[in-house]
Design a protein around this ligand. Structure first.
Ligand code: HEM
Length: 332
């Protein structure tokens, strides 16, 4: 592959994939993520302060939370973080099947990835000799220390440290809020017992996966369920369908928090398994329990949800809700 996609390791095979994934992996390791807990709680508190009765979950919480947390984690100055929200939605548009031609979508996507990469190249250059310990400065130094590593590759790693986590994460929170509205007992349960958040979260991920699908190109012929996939065939993997496979999930369409564990495929599987799973889980737990602690009821203002277009990303574009504040407990 060449052009803008050449260094996006999501699209690469080993050994280049392994090298770049290792370089980017540190901040996503469980310990590193756990260390971000207080920061995440503080951002959630800030976003949910003085919550009015009516608000849009996407605008108020789901969209700003990941850009703030990932931006601070990487070392992107706060004033620049909002650029990433619009680059992310431009890049996500290439996944849409809509009125625009694929060529136009591909060009818009390439432009946004180009701008994002240029931004990181400039920041890496500025931080190269800074001696600071933010992630961008560390990566800028790594480029000098690792043989055969180019600044373009490091900038592409930076793109993957933030862009894949924005729309996906926002969808998770939006889909979680929709399930709160449809199953009010889940909202009450989470407020009462924050420990139940893991089971709730995995069931949101299974039933309403933020990314519906992925794809692979077969490198050799494969026999599967009596069909032959030829070398070179593009295979569309519908993760959302696998998550409702009745051979693995009895009563697959029912919302059953705490029943199916992590058996879903919403973070993928294999060498390209999502790098942001730990971080997404922690941010989502803080965001959804934060919401459940503050509101005693949450209703959709419109039962017909305004979903993002396309078949890949699955989540609300807007999610106006009507809530009632939970009475604050007086000390005994
Ligand atoms: C709820 C939120 C998220 C969901 C549902 C999700 C889903 C996925 C899925 C399904 C894959 C596998 C794609 C494939 O196999 O083709 C993937 C890969 C990836 N995700 Fe996530 N993701 C989420 C959040 C994040 C976050 C917060 C980050 C961090 C910025 C992130 C970074 C990545 C990267 C870098 C890969 C590619 C890994 C590789 O190719 O080795 N994701 N994600």
């Amino acid at each position: 592959m060449d052009g803008w996609g050449a260094n996006l390791f999501k699209l690469l095979d080993p050994p280049q994939h392994t090298q770049l994934r290792t370089l980017a992996g540190g901040p996503f390791a469980p310990n590193a993520v756990e260390a971000l807990k207080d920061t995440i709680t503080a951002v959630v508190d800030e976003l949910l302060v003085d919550l009015p009765e009516e608000f849009d979950v996407m605008e108020r919480l789901a969209t700003p939370l990941p850009v703030r947390v990932l931006g601070d984690m990487i070392g992107i100055p706060e004033k620049d973080q909002e650029f990433f929200t619009s680059w992310s939605s431009e890049i996500a548009r290439v996944l849409e099947l809509g009125a625009e031609t694929p060529q136009e979508l591909a060009e818009a996507c390439a432009r946004a990835i180009g701008q994002c990469t240029e931004y990181f190249l400039k920041l890496l250059e500025e931080r190269r000799d800074s001696g600071a310990d933010d992630l961008i400065s560390q990566l800028a130094r790594a480029e000098q220390e690792i043989e055969d590593m180019s600044m373009a590759e490091v900038a592409a790693v930076c793109v993957l440290l933030i862009i894949p986590g924005l729309d996906t994460f926002a969808n998770l929170i939006g889909n979680g809020a929709v399930l709160f509205a449809r199953h009010p007992q889940a909202l009450a349960q989470l407020a009462e017992d924050p420990e139940s958040a893991d089971g709730f979260l995995d069931e949101v991920l299974r039933l309403e996966p933020p990314t519906h699908a992925s794809w692979r190109v077969a490198i050799e012929p494969i026999e599967l369920h009596g069909e032959t996939i030829a070398a070179g065939d593009v295979v569309l993997l519908i993760l959302a369908a696998a998550n409702r496979d009745e051979r693995h999930f009895p009563d697959p369409d029912a919302f059953s928090p705490g029943v199916h564990g992590r058996a879903h495929l919403s973070f993928g599987r294999g060498i390209h398994y999502c790098m942001g799973d730990n971080l997404s889980r922690l941010m989502a737990k803080e965001a959804l329990t934060g919401l459940a602690k503050r509101v005693s009821s949450l209703k959709l203002q419109d039962e017909k949800i305004d979903l993002k277009p396309g078949i890949w990303l699955h989540g609300p574009a807007k999610l106006p809700v009507l809530t009632e504040a939970r009475p604050t407990r007086q000390p005994a």
